[in-house]
Design a protein around this ligand. Structure first.
Ligand SMILES: [Zn+2]
Length: 66
């Protein structure tokens, strides 16, 4: 059973129960993770604001308003 990358609590699923693209949530801290790989298991943070794939380049435009 994989551990939560955030709080190190064992996550409530088995690696062979999930597929890439599945979303799992940590019972302990509530953080959601997307399965981005299964062999080996790889988890990516799901950020509610930006459910897109990792897009480093699109961040510039929105946040400079004064
Ligand atoms: Zn956690």
């Amino acid at each position: 059973m994989p551990n939560c990358p955030e709080c190190d609590t064992p996550l409530d699923f088995e690696v062979d129960e999930v597929d890439e693209g599945d979303i799992v949530a940590c019972d302990e801290c509530g953080t959601e993770f997307e399965i981005v790989g299964t062999e080996p298991l790889e988890l990516a943070h799901v950020d509610e604001d930006k459910l897109d794939e990792e897009d480093d380049e699109l961040l510039d435009e929105e946040e400079e308003e004064e």
